[in-house]
Design a protein around this ligand. Structure first.
Ligand code: FES
Length: 323
């Protein structure tokens, strides 16, 4: 059951890696126990719109009555990470207590945890629980730069050599996922959290080893895009209108500002409620959602207006389509 929002106080904020801040949140009605892999919801404002943002809770339990979240500042943040990075001790906000859609099955004979970048956050609590039980567990944690990867020392202190860390931009190494999957107990389970290319890669590797899909658990998040963020113009054919979308504004927000009646929910490219039809325009669409599959993104007949955008130039759309 989804709990209601409660008031909370920011107890502390500290940097835990380059561009990653950990925020301690003390709810007014007290922090509760939660299963590892849980997330909590924060009520924030993005582009002037009230939205709910979900963040994985760090660690297996509240620490001295506080939930901990760790948030990476995204260069093309649509407001969520920027807002969280602007928090300071003593600030007030509202949250929903943690719930889990990414729960650890405690009965498996072996575990493989795979994290990409800030996707490490839900896996920290899992590693703590499994290490405490002395369960067979390997953790592979991939990022671009070590300085931007939080919790490495903590994970190594928990798991020793079974915490494998690769920083592709510095080591030139890539994760040997095939070897990790091959070494996992036949009835073991894998938990993956990271961007779609990581979860897709693990899923393909898992299937190639003949492993059952029910033993693969994933959590993913939208991407920062494959192209630099550029301003562009959008021709809204069903409204006979052309709208300029500045670099620091989402397409959906620019359309809303211009009086176009839009529908949305998650504002993070997951639910598909904001999709519009692409009619053409001779520019590339940078799909930054996790709602459309790879084929749909290649076809570019639709886009999620809350996160995706054109790479400069001019794009023609119709807003009549609803997912
Ligand atoms: S509002 Fe959910 S995908 Fe855009």
């Amino acid at each position: 059951m989804t709990s209601t929002f409660v008031g909370a106080r920011v107890r502390a904020v500290r940097a835990v890696a380059d561009e990653v801040r950990q925020v301690e949140l003390v709810p007014d009605d007290g922090a509760r126990a939660y299963p590892p892999g849980s997330h909590l919801d924060l009520a924030l404002e993005v582009d002037g719109l009230p939205v709910v943002r979900s963040y994985s809770v760090v660690g297996a339990a509240p620490e001295d009555g506080a939930y901990r979240i760790a948030v990476k500042l995204l260069p093309d943040s649509r407001g969520g990470s920027r807002r969280v990075h602007g928090l300071a001790a003593g600030d007030r906000l509202e949250l929903r207590h943690p719930t889990s859609h990414f729960e650890l099955d405690p009965r498996r004979p072996g575990y493989l945890l795979v994290a990409g970048g800030i996707g490490i956050t839900p896996l920290v609590g899992m590693a703590e629980v499994l290490a405490r039980r002395d369960a067979p567990v390997r953790l592979v944690y991939a990022g671009r730069r070590r300085a931007a990867m939080p919790f490495v020392d903590h994970l190594r202190s928990l798991l020793g050599d079974d915490a494998v860390v690769t920083a592709a931009g510095e080591d030139g190494e890539r994760l040997d996922l095939a070897a990790e999957v091959a070494a996992l107990h036949p009835d073991g389970e894998v938990y993956v959290c990271g961007p779609p290319r990581l979860t897709d890669g693990v899923r393909a590797c898992w299937a190639a080893h003949g492993r059952p899909a029910r033993r693969l658990r994933t959590e993913t998040f939208g991407t920062g895009g494959r192209h630099p963020t550029e301003p562009f113009d959008v021709e809204v054919r069903d409204h006979g209108l052309t709208v300029h979308v500045p670099r620091d504004r989402a397409l959906l927000a620019a359309l809303h500002d211009a009086g176009v009646d839009m529908v949305w929910d998650c504002l993070r490219g997951e639910c598909g409620r904001c999709t519009v039809s692409v009619l053409g325009g001779g520019t590339v669409v940078d799909h930054r959602d996790v709602f459309l599959d790879a084929t749909e993104q290649d076809e570019s007949a639709r886009l999620c207006a809350c996160v995706s955008r054109a790479v400069g130039g001019r794009l023609a759309i119709d807003t009549g389509y609803r997912a």
